[in-house]
Design a protein around this ligand. Structure first.
Ligand code: GTP
Ligand code: MG
Length: 501
């Protein structure tokens, strides 16, 4: 059973970021030399890049699971962990990358065109980098983030100007072999060609590419023979050439019937509209009557030629084996290709579609949800989610740092506005894998904070001082100062120390 390798589904896992390191500098006589834990390295990305050496997706068909290397953890002595290596996967020119749902992510055309399919996780900061005037010696570090995972579909769409279609053994590969330098496999059994062979043709100063296509048979559109799967290869061609075997002795076959059969199958094939393809039915058609070196075949070809021309088709009688009529054919094809190029019919505008980034990188929002376990408040947003992933929940200081970060972003206010009260259940993080908190508000931002009257501890110690109290406090302070001054004066009088001047 032939296996197609012009479509592959990849399961990608980018590298995890390395964890940051929490370490304290130690030296003789300097027991507390300050934090010196290095940062974790970034995890490797997974990049798909057009490589001219790669012509099929075979490799990915056999090995669909790919993983980039992880970043290394940071170490003491301010040593940062090494970055994970990016994994670059070579793909053939004309590879279209899409999601499982068929959304096109990128259309890679031209050597070197690339697409980052999965991003490596960021490395966690070490305690050296987390130190600040307020937090001089953090006893924690941030965790590295996991690498992205992605499932992408690769499809190969050969970039040929001219595509040869026809029954098996009509001589398509033979034709490619005699008009170009390509050397495809040729044999007298059907379905010799399993993936298209691409050749470059030079004719009268013009160059164009030509590709044969695996043989089509009646019912191909329902999956008979090799089916129509590979027709995606010809979606980008300007000219379709029917190669017709005039020497076949198979019952029920003759040039006109063969042409109708292939046209019917082509009509059943629906090109990928998302790529802006012109329907195959609207492409320029040329008919090649092959094997004219066989006398009966030549006779038959001459006989059906007027019928075909009457249908408005351009007809060439050739022999791939005896090299008959090839020059006229290649010049005619070059002319069609040139006209298409002149009219700038872009069948597939080369483009790279970048995946839209999550909408609110900077912000967050709070969603109130009712679950079987009661009401919860979900904090959604890139940054809160990332911060939670970076937190080592076994370390109180790290958790405190997380609380500070969330607070500065305004998450507490957001929760208040959404109706959260002390003790509410708050979820932060990825939908499936969120971290659950019992909320303890830390900010005093007004009356909303007070749950039931009289139960809030802050009523006692956080109320605003009255003028009376302020005056009393001021007097206390001044009294203390006076006392201190008097003490100094007493010392001076006692001759304990002298003035500088
Ligand atoms: N006599 C004669 N035989 C030919 C000619 N062209 C091709 N053949 C023979 O026809 C057979 C099939 O040729 P291929 O070129 O492999 O045919 P194909 O259309 O690529 O076939 P599939 O790949 O199976 O679809 C081979 O045995 C060729 O030698 C020709 O012009 N004259
Ligand atoms: Mg072939």
């Amino acid at each position: 059973m032939a296996t197609f390798v012009d479509r592959a589904v990849l399961h990608l896992t980018a590298g995890n970021g390395g964890h940051g390191c929490a370490s304290v500098h130690r030296e003789k006589f300097k027991p507390l030399g300050g934090p010196d834990g290095g940062n974790g390295g970034r995890g490797g990305d997974i990049v798909l890049r057009v490589d001219p050496q790669v012509t099929t997706l075979l490799e990915y068909h056999h090995g669909p699971h790919r993983t980039a290397t992880n970043g290394r953890p940071g170490e003491g002595g301010e040593r940062n962990g090494a970055q994970g290596e990016d994994l670059v996967l070579g793909v053939p020119d004309g590879t279209v990358i899409s999601t499982r749902d068929g959304e096109v992510l990128a259309d890679l055309v031209g050597t070197g065109a690339e697409y980052v399919a999965a991003r490596g996780g960021r490395g966690g900061l070490g305690n050296k980098a987390l130190a600040s005037p307020r937090r001089k010696a953090p006893g924690f570090a941030l965790l590295g983030e996991p690498g992205e995972t992605a499932e992408v579909v690769l499809e190969l769409k050969t970039l040929a100007d001219v595509a040869l279609v026809g029954f098996p053994s009509a001589g398509k590969s033979s034709l490619v072999s005699v008009v170009s330098a390509a050397k495809p496999k040729i044999a007298d059994y059907p379905f010799t060609t399993l993936v298209p062979n691409l050749g470059v043709v030079t004719a009268g100063g013009n160059r164009f590419t030509i590709a044969d296509v695996p043989g089509l048979i009646p019912g191909a559109s329902q999956g008979k023979g090799l089916g129509l799967e590979f027709l995606r290869h010809v979606e980008r061609c300007h000219v379709l050439v029917h190669v017709i075997d005039c020497a076949t002795l198979e019952p029920g076959r003759d040039p006109l019937t063969d042409l109708d059969v292939i046209e019917h199958e082509l009509a059943e094939y629906v090109p990928d509209a998302s790529l802006g393809g012109i329907p195959l039915a609207d492409r320029v058609r040329v008919v090649v009557l092959n094997k004219a070196d066989v006398p009966e075949a030549r006779e038959l070809a001459e006989m059906v030629r007027p019928d075909l021309e009457e249908r408005g088709l351009e007809v060439h009688i050739v022999s791939a084996v005896a090299h008959l009529g090839l020059k006229e054919l290649t010049y005619a094809l070059a002319g069609h290709v040139q006209r298409a190029r002149d009219e700038q019919i872009e069948i597939e505008p080369p483009r790279v579609v970048l995946r839209p980034k999550a909408v609110d990188d900077a912000g967050f929002h709070v969603r109130r949800e009712n679950t079987p376990d009661g009401e919860v408040f979900r904090v959604l947003g890139d940054r809160p989610t990332r911060w939670v992933r970076q937190t080592d929940f076994g370390n109180d200081e790290a958790v405190g740092y997380l609380a500070d970060r969330l607070n500065r972003l305004g998450v507490e206010d957001g929760l208040l506005k959404a109706g959260a009260v002390a003790g509410s259940t708050v979820l932060i993080g990825p939908e499936e894998d969120a971290v659950v908190f019992d909320w303890e508000p830390t900010v005093a931002s007004g009356a909303e904070l007070l749950g039931q009257r009289g139960t809030d501890l802050r009523l006692e110690d956080r109320h605003r001082p009255t003028r009376e109290e302020k005056r009393a406090a001021f007097k206390d302070k001044m009294d203390a100062k006076t006392a201190a001054r008097e003490e100094l004066a007493a010392d001076r009088r006692a001759g304990l120390w002298t003035d500088q001047d």
